[in-house]
Design a protein around this ligand. Sequence first.
Ligand SMILES: Cc1ncc(COP(=O)(O)O)c(C=O)c1O
Length: 391
Amino acid sequence: MLSDRIGRITPSATLAMTAKAAELRETGVDVINLSVGEPDFPTPENICLAGKQAIDDGHTRYTPGGGTMDLKRAVIEKLSRDNHLQYDTSEILISCGGKHSLYNACQALFQTGDEVIIFSPYWVSFPDFVSVTGAQPVFVKTDPSQQYEPVMDDLISKITSRTKGIIINSPSNPTGGVWGDDAVLRVLELAKEADVWIFSDECYEQLTYDRTYISTAMLGENTEKVLTFQSCSKTYAMTGWRIGYTAGNKQVIKAMGKLQGQSTSCPSSIAQVAAIEALTGNQSEVSRMRNVFKDRRKYIVDRLNNMSGVNCDTPGGAFYVFPDFSSYMGIDNKIKSSDDLSMYLLEQKAVVTVAGKAFGSDSNVRFSYAASEDDLKRAMDLLEESLAELK
Ligand SMILES: Cc1ncc(COP(=O)(O)O)c(C=O)c1O
């Protein structure tokens, strides 16, 4: 009955864990949820006030499908201020979140017969975005000890005449890895040689802890085939407002706008007004949240590395850690996969995580540290207890 297209989509593992946590909570269990991919902070007050004002001011109607000119100008101001990137309004499209932007771009550029390179471990949605277009996702290995930078030989061997795009996501979900500029530059060079598109998913660009982030399109010389994707979701704790945007080649932006116009129409008019305040108003909450995440990163990485048999490299960004638990997995063990470990933590300790398998790495589990210090401490105590039981 259903189309082949739907058969090519796997349900999001992260959303499934969030739903499971909610179910358990309903039954009265005190759940600690470290599966979430969103800041645990409320949207800053100035942004909420702008949203409320937008309703009072009557911004409650359709806007142009690709977003208002005012918001596009705010995006241009933001990209220039934070990323030193210069764009024109014809090179900007506003969508219903970064996820929507990435989906639309895949639809605009990829089709059956194409191959698209994705670095593994990868955000769960990338393979689905690609396969739903009919194109083939091709996975390239990365090095956990080097912030999950690509294994270049593997990348070189995977680029073929069918390669149409390469998706970069630094800082990364699920690993938190932040690539060095040299790694990004090398990928840009290889992409240039092969004449392929680069998608730079920069939704965590404001969450780097050890060095200033440089946008992919700022690195390298000829970046006309780089599409930059950013979002208000993580930077401004606005996940529910659903505002993301793409900057890049005019023709691609126009094609994405055409698709958007015949599918979702415009992003929420109210959220667009709030996003202008987010992008151009007071930015102090962004650094406050970043500093809190940085402290939590240290806490969780230290706790994990103090547990016997657990290996956790310090990620440079986002709000995830992706420790390796391979020493706990084996044929004779109770735990044989990341799914088993994640399920054990959920069923025995009510700690919600996401198994690495969903991200292409079955010896890891993703923990989000977008949670209170108290929850992080309790979760780490319970993990330690579980690992002692499993040894
Ligand atoms: C790597 C990555 N890209 C894009 C997104 C999309 O976020 P949003 O659609 O809320 O902007 C997410 C959300 O979790 C993500 O982790």
